[in-house]
Design a protein around this ligand. Structure first.
Ligand SMILES: Nc1ncnc2c1ncn2[C@@H]1O[C@H](COP(=O)(O)OP(=O)(O)OP(=O)(O)O)[C@@H](O)[C@H]1O
Length: 242
């Protein structure tokens, strides 16, 4: 049984079919890249999985349990966490305070008043921002603000993370560093789906790539295969390269 099973997912916004009969399975321990041009439906797929949008049709299963249209906090409690495209730290709280807020709701940790300082340090250290814990978010460089978003997701103790454009706005050195950190999560046993516009930071990171175009799955395969796929290249011709 795959850890995540998305089966025939369709999401319409009025007359617009943002995601059309899309299926994707993710195995335990895998890193899957989900790519596609602007507006192809990548974030909508994540929003449907996380219960942020109700699906129009189709099912989502996590660990064998159906989670279609479950409330987001229920999905998170089951071990699935998302790092969204936008960073939204609370600027009046320190980095540590922001991480603490994401301590799993209803967990034993939150019942005893939230994560301890040591636990918050551990979450931050997993993504190398432990030296920033007493900083305020608006004092951090962009790459560290993005890492804070990942630390918040880690604080929910997920079994699987959905990362939406984690490399956006980063320079090449920061992309390489983050790719190495994501690779470390894999070694720790984390299952992940990483959304990006193109193959950029994903080529050496992911086991498999799924390509969306206009809400429809265009291709799925190993990164080298996808980079050479004619249909995928054509889908990208209108915009940026693959
Ligand atoms: N809440 C919404 N209401 C109406 N239309 C929406 C909504 N969210 C997304 N859409 C539309 O659904 C389509 C898919 O958008 P989505 O953001 O999922 O694409 P994407 O592949 O993540 O794009 P990008 O790479 O630009 O983030 C787009 O046409 C978008 O305008």
């Amino acid at each position: 049984m795959s850890l995540l099973e998305v089966d025939s997912l369709t999401k319409k916004f009025g007359g617009l079919v943002a995601v059309d009969d899309f299926s994707m399975d993710v195995e335990r321990g895998e890193i899957v890249g989900l790519i596609g041009p602007n507006g192809s439906g990548k974030s909508t797929v994540f929003n449907c999985i996380m219960g942020i949008y109700n699906v129009t049709d189709g099912t989502v299963r996590f660990g064998g349990d159906e989670i279609t249209d479950d409330a987001t906090h229920e999905v998170v409690n089951k071990g699935l966490s998302r790092v969204s495209q936008e960073s939204n730290p609370i600027d009046s709280m320190s980095v540590a305070g922001n991480i603490k807020l994401f301590t799993l709701p209803d967990s034993i940790v939150s019942l005893r008043g939230g994560a301890t300082e040591e636990e918050i340090y551990e979450y931050a250290a997993r993504i190398d921002i432990e030296d920033d814990l007493h900083e305020m978010p608006d004092e951090l460089p962009h790459a560290d603000v993005r890492r804070l978003e990942i630390a918040k997701a880690l604080a929910t103790e997920p079994e699987m993370m959905l990362l939406d454009e984690p490399f956006a706005g980063m320079n090449q050195a920061e992309i390489s560093e983050l790719a190495a950190q994501i690779d470390r999560f894999r070694e720790e046993g984390m299952t992940m789906v990483v959304v990006d516009h193109n193959m950029g930071g994903l080529m050496n990171l992911v086991d498999r790539v799924v390509v969306l175009n206009n809400g429809v799955k265009l291709a799925s395969g190993e990164p080298e295969e996808i980079a050479e796929n004619q249909e995928v290249q054509e889908a990208y011709l209108a915009g940026e390269g693959i």
